[in-house]
Design a protein around this ligand. Structure first.
Ligand code: 5AD
Ligand code: SF4
Length: 361
């Protein structure tokens, strides 16, 4: 009865986390996911919040070894959405009652780019009378830039740590100033200080990553007082140094998928009141990925609303789902998926992380 005892412990320790992440038997996994869903129901409700995801540019100054839109990948056709296109998509999200937007792009730090984001923030606030929530996922920036965007109305920021293990991090990135682990941690601290709800996350199933590393990732979320978590399986991309010539076998991708679900469940049980996304990467390796993510304790979905013509060019990994769909189709498809789980879509609400408000008192 060890499993039941651990699942009901007031506070899990590192050994408990690794024990849970190591579970393999079907009936044990069911108990784990059921407990995580119970914790989600208690702290969040059986609810799902949407962040309409606009990937507005795939240009990037960085060269992360795993990512399909890295700077040195000459195979990608680069694009920028125009301001009008972004605003049109934002309007669509607002009119379809999505509650919140997530703006994502490759990383850039130049003045034109910062100005572009400034303009979008102003216009989104204007078009929705301040009602559309805004999450940014625009990489590492200076304190001034983060602050500027916060003052313009962005209130959540996602910046993944990718792995909290420094050795693994250094194998994922070139060794230079632009890709420093310390800088990434510093950015997460700045975002907190400014007042953002801060999200981070890791890739799961990275080469050399152990279950202990993943337990440490969850402890890192706690230590950094993280409000939102977005994590998903690592999926090799052909045109990258890490993924070239590597396609996961069915067994390997099933293993990563299961590990991804376990990470969601264990993070939910341990951290309780944070927002956790069921990510598109989960669905990339299993058609029922997002539903299963919700059943394992996730409460956030990020439907892609990037304009149709650019979707296929924002391929961070192979097999990205929904690149042939359009926003309307995605809306219906997702609504069906959420209802099938027994959750309710909270249309028109921001769905802030309860963790953030608990701290603020
Ligand atoms: N597999 C899985 N996730 C990836 N990302 C980038 N490349 C991959 C990949 N090959 C994730 C990273 C990044 C986010 C935007 O996409 O975690 O932070
Ligand atoms: Fe650029 Fe982000 Fe991809 Fe790294 S993970 S190459 S920063 S888009």
């Amino acid at each position: 009865m060890k499993l039941e005892t651990v699942l009901l412990k007031e506070k899990l320790n590192r050994n408990d986390l690794t024990y849970l992440l190591n579970l393999e038997k079907e009936e044990e996994l069911e108990k784990l996911f059921a407990r995580a869903y119970e914790v989600k129901s208690e702290y969040i409700g059986k609810k799902v919040y949407y962040r309409g995801l606009i990937e507005f540019s795939n240009k990037c100054i960085k060269n992360c070894f795993y990512c399909g839109i890295r700077r040195d990948n000459g195979e990608v056709e680069r694009f920028d959405m125009t301001e009008e296109q972004v605003i049109e998509q934002a309007k669509w999200a607002y009119e379809n009652n999505y509650g919140s937007l997530a703006l994502q792009s490759g990383e850039r730090q130049d003045a034109d780019y910062i100005q572009f984001v400034d303009n979008i923030l102003e216009k989104v606030k204007e078009l929705s009378g301040g009602k559309l929530g805004i999450t940014l996922s625009l990489g590492e920036q200076s304190y001034e830039t983060y602050k500027r965007w916060y003052d313009l109305g962005a209130h959540r920021y996602l910046l993944r740590i990718e792995s909290s293990n420094k050795d693994i991090y250094s194998k994922l990135h070139p060794e230079d100033e632009l890709h420093s682990f310390e800088k990434r941690v510093e950015c997460l601290k700045m975002l907190k200080e400014i007042g953002y709800q801060v999200g981070t996350g890791v890739m799961i199933g990275l080469p050399g990553q152990t279950v202990e590393d993943l337990a440490d990732d969850i402890l890192f979320y706690e230590k950094m007082d993280i409000d939102m978590i977005g994590m998903g399986p690592y999926i090799p991309h052909d045109d990258t140094p890490m993924g070239r010539g590597i396609a996961d076998s069915k067994e390997e991708s099933d293993r990563k998928f299961k590990l991804g679900l376990k990470m969601i469940a264990v993070a939910r049980i341990y951290l309780k009141d944070v927002n956790i996304a069921a990510t598109t990467a989960l669905q990339a390796i299993n058609p029922l990925g997002r539903e299963k993510g919700l059943k394992a304790g996730a409460n956030i979905l990020m439907p892609i609303i990037t304009v149709d013509e650019h979707r296929a060019k924002y391929q961070l990994y192979n097999n990205k789902p929904c690149i042939d769909d359009n926003a309307d189709k995605c809306k219906n498809c997702l609504a069906g998926r959420v209802t099938s789980v027994g959750d309710e879509i909270m249309y028109g609400e921001w769905g802030d992380s309860p963790h953030y408000y608990k701290k603020k008192g």
